[in-house]
Design a protein around this ligand. Structure first.
Ligand SMILES: N[C@@H](CCC(=O)N[C@@H](CS)C(=O)NCC(=O)O)C(=O)O
Length: 249
């Protein structure tokens, strides 16, 4: 029994960022997962806005993944926090995190949806997982409608997807340079919000084996997407993120 409710879109990478922080802290919560668009009402009823994750706590509702990380941190002893106390390290973590939230998250999402939406069988299966039975039924019956709405909402077209792919490569190069020489973490010598945010928001380009409950397994991806995912996995930034999934998720 828990008094925390996490409203999600189950395959959303921002939602997995929040889940990661809560799970790592051992904080129990009830996840209420919904399909995109159908998440609006539950998010609003929980006191949130248009986007998820939304974490409803007995005191207040948090409507942003970063706020959720701070909320979790406030319940952890200093050595386990994702935001270091030391001002310079903290500023660096915040800088990376804001960058990833603003740039990596949208680019990874648009690129992945651009590949997945045309893949009727896999995507319909992905969307039916982890959501209420009525929503699974609705998406089975009306996938083309859902696909058209998502395409419009996310503005996925060949040009925007190509721009997102280029953006992803730029960010992976930058992070790869920052963790060169076998560094385990982006800032300092322990896990921070910068690491969790990079790994979680890069997941749609990596399809980590650790989270196949939420995303489809890499082997099921359409061939051109799988080839690009394998290229991302082989980069220093990709290897660093996958290590974070294996050791810290
Ligand atoms: N800054 C927000 C972004 C969250 C976000 O973009 N969530 C997406 C799912 S990946 C969403 O809810 N989109 C629904 C919409 O925009 O209508 C956070 O970090 O929580």
């Amino acid at each position: 029994m828990t008094d925390l409710v996490l409203v999600t879109i189950p395959f959303s990478h921002y939602c997995d960022k929040a889940r990661w922080a809560l799970d790592r802290a051992g904080i129990p919560y009830e996840e209420r997962a919904h399909l995109p668009l159908l998440h609006y009402l539950p998010a609003r009823l929980a006191g949130g806005g248009k986007t998820v994750p939304v974490l409803k706590t007995p005191e207040r509702t948090l409507c942003d993944s970063t706020d959720i990380l701070h909320w979790v941190d406030a319940r952890l002893p200093a050595p386990r926090r994702l935001f270091p106390d030391e001002p310079e390290a903290r500023a660096e973590v915040v800088r990376w995190e804001e960058r990833f939230d603003a740039s990596l998250g949208p680019a990874a999402r648009r690129w992945a949806y651009g590949h997945l939406l045309p893949d009727l069988e896999n995507t319909r299966r992905l969307m039916q997982q982890n959501v209420p039975a009525a929503e699974a039924l609705a998406v089975r019956a009306a996938y083309p409608v859902a696909r058209a709405l998502l395409r419009r909402g996310l503005n996925t077209n060949p040009e925007s997807c190509a721009r997102s792919l280029a953006r992803l490569h730029e960010l992976f190069d930058e992070v790869g340079a920052a963790v060169s020489g076998g560094r385990e973490f982006l800032v300092g010598d322990r896990l921070s919000a910068a690491d969790v945010t990079f790994a979680a928001l890069a997941a749609p380009a990596l399809f980590p084996d650790r989270i196949t409950r939420w995303l489809c397994p890499r082997d099921q991806l359409p061939a051109p997407m799988r080839a690009e995912v394998d290229r991302f996995r082989a980069t220093p930034a990709g290897a660093y993120a996958l290590r974070l999934y294996s050791h810290h998720r």
